[in-house]
Design a protein around this ligand. Structure first.
Ligand code: HEC
Length: 143
């Protein structure tokens, strides 16, 4: 169970490390990539606490959740304009299924806003919940 969770987490955060946006000049694309990168960083903070690489801090964890909720609320605005450039991993399906795409962004916003992390044991379930919301969208809409 634990291994699977961390494998999923690595898959999500490692994508940020690849820095797909190197060489991208379009500002719309850069802004949405930057927003995603920030989501990845917040998830990484929570993951580091879950793994004990970083001391558990309930306030810091809750702040990360708050920032994920704020970031998720911006996804629809960041992707509204249909811009496809070579280095973007965004699939054109986003704009053909706009309602489903924004519903997936809303799901992440709602989940992150609803989660409460008060003790270390809350981190695992929270990460699974969030990771599932990231993956639900990436599976359909990200290369
Ligand atoms: C509603 C859809 C959606 C949700 C929810 C979502 N993503 Fe993304 N994500 C995308 C799309 C689309 C791209 C590709 C954007 C591009 O390359 O133009 C992307 C790209 C990324 C990238 C690569 C950014 C870069 O530098 O190129 C990271 C990292 C990432 N997402 C992390 C996350 C994390 C972590 C979560 C959950 C907390 C999440 N995403 C939730 C749609 C989503």
């Amino acid at each position: 169970m634990k291994t699977r969770l961390f494998a999923a987490l690595v898959a999500v955060t490692a994508a940020g490390a690849v820095l797909a946006h190197e060489g991208v000049e379009n500002e719309t694309v850069l802004a949405r990539m930057e927003g995603m990168k920030e989501l990845g960083q917040e998830l990484k903070t929570l993951g580091a606490m879950a793994k004990g690489q970083q001391a558990f801090d309930a306030d810091a964890a809750q702040a990360a959740l708050d920032r994920i909720a704020e970031g998720a609320a911006q996804i629809a605005g960041q992707f509204e304009a249909e811009v496809v450039v070579e280095k973007s991993e965004a699939r054109p399906a986003i704009w053909r299924n706009w309602e489903d795409f924004t519903a997936k962004a809303d799901a992440l916003a709602q989940r992150s806003a609803a989660l409460r992390v008060t003790r270390p044991g809350d981190l695992g379930p929270a990460l699974r919940d969030l990771g599932g919301a990231c993956k639900a969208c990436h599976t359909d809409y990200r290369e």
